[in-house]
Structures are given as structure tokens and as C-alpha cells.
Design a binder for this molecule. Sequence first.
Ligand code: HEC
Length: 153
Amino acid sequence: MIKLERQTQVDPRLRSFPVDGGAPRKLHLRRTIFVAELVLLLLFFSILSFAARKNPIEATADSIAKGQVTYKKNCQMCHGEKGMGDGPAGQRLNPRPRDFTDKSKMEKMTDEEMFKDITKGEGPMPAFEHKLSETDRWHVINYVRTFATGETK
Ligand code: HEC
């Protein structure tokens, strides 16, 4: 009798940890779920912000034509009629405007990067944040792309 009683007694220090290990495992699982939720949330927001920054306007003939009008008025004096960075106002600038017909360099530049440069300005280039609507900035990017690709659709 006495022997049996002894066996069922649990060391008070161990009482918070059930012998079957149930609680610690549950805690571990909860932590794993929490981390997984965080990762998913982060993934969700990065996809969302990435999607939001993509060029929302397809490079249709209409878009390119609109971009050309904007370009002739606002960009050509520096970037040149053929986009070679040889406009009359561009030749005295340092650095000189980039050659938009340079395929390998243009391929490395994303629409989003161009959008940022046009919006905020870059070096001697002025910002167009308040001069052109967002839509017009995307149209002009679609037009600028045609210097390297030759595609005018
Ligand atoms: C005052 C002259 C000037 C005007 C006007 C101007 N740009 Fe620029 N632009 C520049 C120069 C100079 C650079 C190069 C800046 C640098 O490399 O730091 C540049 C850079 C850029 C870039 C980034 C490419 C790069 O070299 O990193 C884009 C895209 C661009 N311009 C598009 C435009 C568009 C579109 C317009 C018209 C809406 C415009 N620019 C008007 C002078 C101008």
C-alpha cells in the first residue's frame, strides 16, 4: 500500500510539465503557427506592393502615341528626338542623359525604376511629379521603350 502511494506522487517541480509532454509540444506548435502566419503576412504584403508598382498601362499603340506627345513636349529637348540623349538642352548636362536606344542598358532598367526617376527627378533632370499625371508618366515610359525595341505597334 505504502509503496503504491509513493509511486503516484509527482515531484512538485515537475507538475507544470505533464509526464506525457503534452503542454510543451502544444506550445511549440503554437509558436510554429505564429511564425508561419508572420511569414505568410510578409509574403502577402510584398506581393501586394510589387503588384502595385508594376506598369499598370499596357504598351498599346494608343498608349505609345500618348507617350510620344508627352515626350516631345517635356523630354525631347534633353533626351533627343531619337532618345539618344543628344537633345540640345541635354548636351551641356553632367551626367548626360542616357541613350535610350542602348538595348542592354535599357533591359536592366525596369519600368518601376524609370517611373521613380521621372516622378522624383534624377541628377540634373527635373521631377515630373506635379507636371505629369501618373498615367502620363506610364505612357511616356511605354514610348521611351520603343527607342530600344523599335516596336511602335
Ligand atoms: C533637363 C533635361 C531633362 C529633361 C527635360 C528630362 N530628362 Fe530625363 N534625364 C536627364 C538626365 C541628365 C538624366 C541622367 C541622370 C543621371 O544619370 O543622374 C536623365 C535620366 C532619365 C531617366 C533614367 C535613366 C537613367 O539614366 O538612369 C529616365 C527614365 C528619364 N530621364 C526619362 C525622362 C522623361 C520620360 C522625361 C520627360 C517626361 C525626361 N526624362 C525629361 C535629363 C532630362
